[in-house]
Design a protein around this ligand. Structure first.
Ligand SMILES: C[S@@+](CC[C@H](N)C(=O)[O-])C[C@H]1O[C@@H](n2cnc3c(N)ncnc32)[C@H](O)[C@@H]1O
Length: 251
């Protein structure tokens, strides 16, 4: 009884914060990406594709985090000569992983939204010589590895469609920071301070099903406990689970 009351009070407080459109980190629970976009506060840039968003968390993402180590392990094992880094931002993971991998022989190609690609090209330094950027995924050469770290919460198009846009299906797909829940997919709005960005918490079966449809088997997976969080305005939806996957093409 007491815990039910506490739960109801938390829910009511969450809704009050949603109604006031408080600038909490995660606000709202929408049925679609488009519905979340429509709720962005007026005057706030919507989505990731803005120059002002490029610096948000850049330094943090450019450092290696605990949950990056499975990626580093698999990249060391696979040693791809060509890798496509979808949602690679300005090349943050190239720089974060460089001290741990021999990237001299890896053609590391970042695909991202125009604002990030612009900034990535401008920030490229002479010693980033195996790092390059493409504006269109279709322009990237065939790669052994598709890396998508932190992309899935923000990716509007179905992941399978993104993979089908590649010139050739890669042998391995490495995914990290896929945000999941047991119930239906929910889209919330992440507050970046300088913009609000739709953020997808996907049903836990969505990505494994997409990989199976594309003809891949999951050969490794992990859970990142440190990143789990609730939507402040909708605490009753529970904590989401961050996951990573390595998938290999079956043929
Ligand atoms: C959180 S950052 C991830 C950066 C880095 N890969 C990491 O793991 O730290 C998410 C990236 O996904 C990109 N993104 C969002 N939608 C995208 C799309 N449709 N196509 C390509 N990149 C997209 C964003 O611009 C952003 O750079």
């Amino acid at each position: 009884m007491k815990s039910n009351l506490k739960f109801l009070a938390l829910m009511a407080y969450g809704r009050f914060r949603a109604w006031r459109r408080e600038p909490v980190r995660f606000r709202g629970a929408f049925a679609s990406y488009e519905a979340a976009l429509r709720d962005v506060r007026s005057g706030m840039p919507a989505g990731y594709d803005h120059d002002a968003v490029t610096d948000v968390s850049r330094e943090f993402m450019q450092q290696i985090a605990l949950w990056d180590y499975p990626m580093v392990y698999w990249l060391q094992h696979l040693q791809p000569t060509v890798l496509i880094d979808a949602g690679g931002h300005v090349g943050v993971k190239y720089r974060a992983f460089r001290p741990y991998l021999d990237l001299q022989r890896t053609d590391w190609i970042v695909y991202d939204l125009p604002a990030q690609i612009r900034a990535g090209r401008a920030q490229k330094e002479p010693h980033d010589h195996t790092l390059s950027f493409v504006d269109r995924l279709e322009d990237a050469p065939a790669a052994e590895v598709l890396l998508a770290s932190g992309l899935l919460p923000y990716l509007q198009e179905p992941f399978a469609d993104l993979v089908r846009r590649l010139q050739a299906p890669p042998r391995h797909i490495l995914l990290n920071k896929v945000v999941t829940r047991d119930g239906p997919t929910v889209v919330t709005l992440e507050n970046f301070g300088v913009a609000e960005v739709p953020y997808q918490i996907r049903n836990v079966k969505e990505v494994p099903d997409a990989l199976a449809t594309l003809g891949y088997e999951i050969v490794d997976s992990w859970v990142i406990d440190q990143l789990a969080h609730r939507i402040q305005t909708h605490p009753e939806l529970g904590r989401c689970t961050y996951r990573g996957y390595v998938a290999r093409r079956l043929d």
